[in-house]
Write a protein that binds this ligand. Sequence first.
Ligand code: SF4
Length: 419
Amino acid sequence: MSSPETEPTEASPVEAPPVALYVHVPFCVSQCPYCDFVVVAGREARGPTNRIDAFTAALETELRLRADALDARWGMPGSRPALASVYFGGGTPSLLPVATVAGLIDLIRDRFGLAGGAEVTLEANPGPDERGDPAALRDAGVTRLSIGAQSFDPDELRALGRRHTRADIAATVTGARSAGIPSVSLDLLYDIPGSSLRTWSRTVDAALRLEPDHLSLYALTLDDPDAEGLTGPTGDHLPLRPGARRWREKARSGQDDDRAAAMYEIADRRLAAAGYEWYEISNWARPGHQSRHNLAYWRRLPYEAVGPGAHAFDGATRRWNAARLDTYLAALTPTERASPNPPPGGSERIDSGTAIAERAMLSLRTAEGLALAPAALARLATRLAAPVAAGLLDEAPNGRLTLTLRGRMLSNEVFARLV
Ligand code: SF4
């Protein structure tokens, strides 16, 4: 007989084939000091010593190895679900030659299967020499461009170490529209040191004037991956450079939680008035333009992932690749004496209790909210009673819990009750 802790629920770990694929492209022209992503910049990204070709060969090898493993576990493409989404994230994937993007999409279609109408997102930076050719990207199979705008304020862009201007953002959106890319998203950052409610309001309004289909608004976070133990040889982050560490220490003193909350509220109001619906704490979209790929993460669906620092999830185990490009290339580049191997990294089996907490937190991030119907999740009701009483959570007549606007701004306080 199963105990309440082990009884099957929809939150229990169950392996399943992936419905989404993340591809990490680590190259950037220069490194922004606030950035925590796995990035290599400068001579490794451009010029005669760039490593893009070596990386592409290694990435293709990893795609084949991961596909081989899926074939063995779940059957060949056609007998397992085709991917509903692919996401090229970075880094700056728009730095890849478009023929490389096209070749990768073809390989993915061949080895993983791509569902009809699959969403294929590519992240692009707006600089004229890094945004790529949108028409060629569309022809290669890209259906969604996610543009790293971050701010429309020239001083803030400079402070963040960004290379582009307001005009570059507008040109990138216009180019994507003219090329017929079906969905265009802008990323913006708030709580930037030196920013104000005035500069933020102007940034939100400038973004809305470009009429993107989707907006992601993230508070600038300045964590320390070294202190969190994430930068070892098999870690999924790279060590901070001394200059970036100094920049962050100074920048932290220019951040303000109350200002950040006010910025969130301003944006939510203006976006709602302009016809964008929030569907996740940091994401708003016009109807039909929600990121299907990111929804797969929040719905805790299984996804595959390739590239340095990339994370995969098969419903029961999380796996990650180590962040370092050298070790990534060394593992995947064949030699006379050795065949390629999956890159180093780590994995973690998710126990039932963690799975339940994860499902609750991920569901509560979204406007879909959390249904407490399964028995395991129903046990969370007592832990969530206080946030309901404090007005951070709304309980719909059908029993689903969703974050209120105040709850979205204080979501960490709600989530802390679930772990
Ligand atoms: S462009 Fe984006 S990914 Fe590259 S360093 Fe800057 S923030 Fe990071």
